[in-house]
Design a protein around this ligand. Structure first.
Ligand code: AMP
Length: 207
């Protein structure tokens, strides 16, 4: 089956995705992670995406769909899409690539999004996520897993976070109704602990 994680920035899509990959062996496809790699490498795609990302805006649909098509590469099963699709046009494009069987909607209000993302730190080396309030690293600034340096994503500053949330409401929230009408959406309260969120989703997947 193919799974989509939907929800505002900071709802815990990346954290949940990592657990689902561990437990169920999905192939994880995060468009945000791919774009950040392209930016770090200074590729043409990275140069194009950088400005949009810094402003908290969406990278154009055709660019994103091309990127996804390339990585899916004709396979039809076992994908976990994280941060994609983010617009109705992307969802329609995805349907032409492969079928989506289940959409997990991680529901979180704006104030909680801002609170979480302002405190988020990410490992430069392995990409592990920390939160200074709820999941701090054992040694400040250092990754527990690989010893890499922790940094704050440039788009995790408050004014950019608020813009990302606005963009989410305008462009991505319509996907909730879109997938609800298809009968494949499951809503999960993302203010629960990562463990509880994972347990709920795992239960849905084992049904
Ligand atoms: P994320 O890590 O998912 O929060 O993505 C970081 C940034 O990458 C977003 O704010 C967008 O600028 C861009 N991005 C990631 N995924 C998409 C997508 N599916 N469509 C458009 N832009 C995206």
């Amino acid at each position: 089956m193919n799974l989509v994680l939907l929800g505002p920035p900071g709802a815990g899509k990346g954290t949940l995705a990592a657990r689902l990959v561990e437990e169920f062996g999905f192939k994880h496809l995060s468009t945000g992670d791919i774009l950040r790699e392209e930016v770090a490498q200074g590729s043409e795609l990275g140069k194009l995406a950088k400005g949009y990302m810094e402003r908290g805006e969406l990278v154009p649909d055709e660019v994103i769909l091309g990127m996804v098509r390339e990585r899916v590469d004709g396979e039809k099963e076992g994908f976990l899409f994280d941060g994609f699709p983010r617009t109705i046009a992307q969802a329609e494009g995805l349907e032409r690539i492969l079928p989506v069987n289940l959409v997990i909607y991680l529901d979180l209000p704006e104030e909680e999004v801002v609170r979480r993302l302002s405190a988020r730190r990410v490992c430069k080396k392995c990409g592990a996520n920390y939160n200074l309030l709820t999941q701090p690293p054992k040694v400040p600034g250092v990754c527990d897993r690989c010893g890499g340096e922790l940094y704050q994503r440039p788009d995790d500053r408050e004014e950019v976070i608020r813009n990302r949330f606005r963009v989410y409401l305008e462009r991505s929230a319509p996907l909730i109704g879109y997938y609800e009408r298809k009968g494949i959406l499951v809503r999960v309260d993302a203010s629960l602990s990562p463990e509880e969120v994972f347990a709920r989703v795992a239960e849905v997947l084992r049904r």
